[in-house]
Design a protein around this ligand. Structure first.
Ligand code: GLP
Length: 239
């Protein structure tokens, strides 16, 4: 596991987008796994700007979404499909056929098969929930889990309710599993803000702990964790 401590949130976002840009430049047919959430919003904004500025080719790239809510229309403004359409697909003029979305009306095996057929995910972007969830792999998720329907915890629903305003948050989602994420050739996690400081502390001090699913990622051979100063404020690293 590689940890990158950044001087600021902007610096952390710059690190993540530079890694993605470099990969895309050297490997135009990159298969990129995409995460959602507030943390990733500045990442997509900056990635779009860097791709345009450097005229990086994106027409051969392919994108897999990590998860999606069940029970709302895919065009709902708070669906993860709408999130990525607005932030990446439309600004970069990418085709919808360059994206795979978790098939919420089908079994997760269909998605797993698609990932396999395309040769696997080269680089998986990840955020983390305050409770240590990755994708929507909530505490208690097994290291062997694959793409499947999951129940969202009250904590996650409270954290994401604001995206739905007065409307009730979905209770379920289809999420790539821990094992599906671990199959990615490289994992890149960004954590920002003081609300995640305790989560980061727990993550760094525990291993293979189902109560914090992100701890499983630490045994991945190419896992990079990028932290801003607030997210790193409760850890001490002896360098
Ligand atoms: C979401 C997503 C995760 C994301 C996490 C944190 O709901 N399913 O992929 O990493 O929760 O979100 P945020 O960045 O808004 O804190």
């Amino acid at each position: 596991m590689r940890i990158i401590l950044s001087k600021s949130t902007e610096d952390a976002v710059d690190t993540v987008t530079t890694i993605v840009l470099d990969k895309l430049t050297s490997h135009p047919s990159l298969v990129l796994g995409l995460a959602t959430g507030r943390t990733m919003e500045p990442v997509y904004e900056e990635l779009v700007s860097k791709i345009n500025k450097n005229s990086v080719k994106t027409d051969e790239a392919f994108f897999f979404m990590l998860d999606e809510y069940i029970g709302i229309d895919e065009n709902h403004p708070s669906s993860f499909k709408s999130y990525i359409k607005k932030r990446l697909m439309l600004p970069l003029n990418l085709l919808e056929s360059q994206f795979a979305f978790p098939p919420t009306n089908l079994a997760g095996e269909v998605y797993e098969e698609l990932i396999k057929q395309i040769g696997g995910i080269d680089l998986q972007l990840l955020g983390i929930g305050v409770n240590g969830h990755i994708g929507f792999n909530e505490p208690g998720s097994s290291i062997h889990s694959r793409t499947r329907i999951v129940d969202l915890t009250d904590e996650t629903k409270n954290a994401n309710q604001s995206h739905f305003g007065q409307e009730k948050m979905p209770n379920k989602a289809l999420s790539m599993g821990i094992a599906s994420i671990m199959d990615g050739k490289e994992l890149l996690m960004l954590v920002t803000g003081k609300s995640k400081a305790n989560t980061v502390k727990y993550l760094l001090n525990h291993h293979d702990d189902e109560s914090c699913p992100a701890t499983f990622l630490k045994s991945h051979p190419h896992f990079t964790l990028v932290l801003d100063p607030e997210a790193a404020s409760k850890i001490s690293l002896n360098i």
